[in-house]
Design a protein around this ligand. Structure first.
Ligand SMILES: *Cc1c(COP(=O)(O)O)cnc(C)c1O
Length: 368
């Protein structure tokens, strides 16, 4: 069968491995699996959110509120913008998809860092657009500028901070770059880990309202999947000028967000204290990973997120390390597919991290 030709160039996203797979293939007990490959909040969903989901479970025969009035209001309040500046998606992934499809067709151009969130390229290629990447792995805005001057771009992706490497460009540098960008280029500022970055370093903080006011050609994306501990509910949001939001809504299927999802997100927003505690613990625990890497002589990338990337240079092969850990019930992300001999580990809870170090010690010893 003949399919849309552009799909020949599209790869399928490889998600972090689920607990079920480790249980099935390696006989590890589900409760002993340590899943640190998808940057979820390891402290679990806030009890208030769980209670709300249980309360609503009996009403599942009714369609959700398709206007998403309450969640939009709650987000508009949080970000000090109007509801008309807010779009909700089934994960911020869905909004990434809308952004690309709203701007791109065959011969469009999309500019991004060499090593960044894989979905930017996948959505881009779905439209037949050309993907332009910097030479450096990490965000290098000078290279972005040079490539932009040379080729132009319909969409630019800035991942602040960047997944899977963890680095984050300073806000002032981002703004200086945005000054030079044409008003017809949509700049997507992916803030999936902004809560972490702005906690660690004020210089990294991007305030959505300020961003979209100064630069009306930008959209700020946030998600409930990471710091807000709702990866399973699939919900994210975009903040932009109303004309952009209105256009993105044209790409949306009706009822794309479930009743439970909407309610869970609203509850999660009420419990900022929980989120802040989790973020504080994240960075405490991260120092243990830094110490561990140093003690083994491995380089790591200083991270503004809830994960850390550890490089093995010529000492070990990351793919083997990740596989051996997997067999022991520890799921981490091998970055071979991103051209890195490195693993990305989500920062877990204290006791999980202790187990990770123990298992890593044994795995590395065996691979020597
Ligand atoms: C996790 C993540 C997202 C979005 O995740 P959703 O679960 O779809 O909201 C977007 N961008 C980056 C860089 C991410 O890591």
């Amino acid at each position: 069968m003949q399919f849309n030709k552009v799909l020949e160039n599209v790869t399928t996203y490889e998600a972090g491995k689920p607990i079920e797979l480790v249980v099935r293939e390696y006989g590890v007990k589900p409760e002993s699996v340590i899943k640190l490959a998808s940057n979820e909040n390891p402290y679990g969903t806030s009890p208030k959110v769980t209670a709300k989901i249980q309360e609503l479970a009996k009403n599942m025969f009714v369609y959700p509120d398709d206007s998403m009035y309450e969640l939009k209001e709650a987000l508009a309040n949080k970000f000090e913008v109007e509801s008309s500046n807010v779009i909700i998606g089934s994960g911020s992934d869905q909004i990434l998809e809308f952004c690309v499809h709203a701007k791109c067709e065959k011969d469009s151009k999309i500019l991004m860092a060499k090593t960044t969130f894989a979905m930017y390229e996948i959505y881009g290629k779905q439209t037949g657009a050309t993907i332009i990447k910097t030479e450096d792995d990490q965000h290098n805005l000078e290279q972005f500028s040079k490539l932009y001057k040379e080729h132009g771009a319909d969409v630019i992706f800035l991942c602040l901070p960047n997944n899977p490497l963890g680095e984050c460009v300073d806000k002032d540098d981002v703004y200086a770059f945005l000054e030079t960008i044409d008003s017809n280029t949509l700049v997507v500022v992916d803030g999936a880990y902004q809560e972490y970055a702005s906690f660690k370093d004020e210089k990294k903080r991007i305030v959505a309202k300020d961003l979209i006011t100064k630069f009306p050609n930008t959209i700020y994306l946030g998600t409930f999947s990471k710091a807000y501990a709702l990866g399973g509910m699939r919900v994210g949001y975009g903040i932009a000028q109303a004309n952009i939001i209105k256009t993105l809504y044209k790409l949306r299927a009706p009822f794309n967000i479930t009743t439970l999802t909407l309610a869970a997100a609203i509850e999660a927003l009420k419990d900022e204290e929980f989120v802040n505690e989790c973020i504080a613990k994240n960075f405490e625990e991260m120092t243990r990973y830094e110490e561990y890497a140093k003690s083994k002589g491995f380089e790591y990338i200083p991270s503004y997120t809830n994960f850390i990337t550890i490089k093995f240079a010529d000492k070990f092969v990351s793919k083997e390390v990740a596989q051996k850990l997997l067999e022991r019930g520890v799921i981490v992300r091998d970055l071979t597919g991103y051209g890195q001999n490195a693993i990305r580990i989500t920062i877990g809870r204290n006791e999980q991290n202790t187990k990770v170090f123990e298992q890593l010690d044994e795995v590395l010893e065996n691979l020597k």
